[in-house]
Design a protein around this ligand. Structure first.
Ligand code: GUN
Length: 292
């Protein structure tokens, strides 16, 4: 093969998408006299989480949203965290609420997720939104799966009729992206750590989504020539370099299209958080905005 695969450039798709969001935010602000707003809560001082949260706040201001980051001490009680969420649910200053995960072990993530009003659940983690996703009803869809679907659509990759294999069954990525691919009429297989013969599944696939968090999970001999490969992995090597779950170099001679790491799915996640926040703001104003 001479040309190599189409590189699915998440930075480029994010730039385009955020440009559109900034224009829509400006329209929203002039129509309603207020900006869309996102409240972010982080508990503790995990370095990676702090970096993510700062990126989220910066992304908000870049497109003309307002945001607030509350950094709470690591020994914050579950009760006081839930009380903060209740206040944000009841107030009208913020359209979206995001509690950065993971939380310290004394706080139940489930209790926190369920405390967020489904109407402000821009992560799409609340059981009501998970149910809506499964039922193809409007609601908030988790950001990483939504980012993957937005990228595919940007590059005119239509999953309809494709054999799609999702590796990983997390609530945040694997399960929801499988549902979204199914909604787009792919034939979907979900593989996981107990799958007996992973390569037998992936070799049949027209589209593979690797979402495990394991370097070297998907190699060239496991992929059908011309397949679309989406790499959700973010594995930090010593020396801070980040690599995905996919052997990117090896796949350059096999894949038809592939996302790099970094610069693939990663940037799309925050872009979709912005999109979900704008949707929450429109719904809060009584607009009948179409959820994805
Ligand atoms: N931690 C890592 N990714 C995410 C995410 O998408 N949302 C939240 N709330 N926490 C995270």
């Amino acid at each position: 093969m001479t040309d190599g695969p189409l590189i699915l450039d998440g930075r480029e798709v994010s730039r385009e998408t955020r440009g559109g969001l900034a224009r829509q935010a400006a329209e929203f602000t002039s129509r309603y006299g207020r900006k869309p707003g996102l409240a972010v809560i982080i508990v503790g001082d995990d370095t990676a989480s702090q970096i993510y949260v700062r990126q989220k706040a910066k992304a908000c201001s870049d497109v003309g949203f307002h945001s607030r980051v509350d950094t709470l001490p690591v020994d914050t009680s579950q009760e006081s965290l839930l009380a903060r969420i209740a206040a944000l649910n009841a107030g009208d200053s913020f359209d979206g609420i995001l509690v950065q995960l993971p939380l310290p072990p004394h706080i139940s993530e489930e209790a926190v997720i369920e405390a967020i009003s489904p109407a402000k659940d821009v992560d799409g983690f609340h059981p009501v939104n998970v149910g809506n996703l499964l039922l193809d009803k409007p609601g908030f869809v988790p950001c990483t799966p939504l980012g993957i679907m937005t990228m595919l659509s940007f590059y005119d990759i239509d999953p309809s009729g494709m054999e799609a294999v999702v590796i990983g069954r997390s609530h945040i990525v694997g399960k929801p992206v499988a549902v979204l691919l199914l909604r787009k009429n792919a034939t979907v297989t979900i593989c996981h750590s107990r799958t007996a013969a992973l390569a037998e599944h992936t070799r049949r696939a027209d589209l593979v989504v690797a979402a495990v968090g394991k370097r070297g999970l998907l190699t060239a001999e496991m992929v059908k020539p011309g397949a679309v490969v989406v790499d959700v992995g973010m594995n930090r090597l010593e020396g801070k370099k980040v690599v995905g779950d996919v052997d990117f170099e090896g796949l350059l001679s096999v894949a038809g299209a592939i996302t790099p790491v970094p610069g693939g799915v990663g940037p799309m996640t925050i872009t979709m958080l912005l999109s979900n926040t704008l949707l929450a703001a429109r719904l809060a104003q009584g607009e009948s905005a179409q959820a994805p």
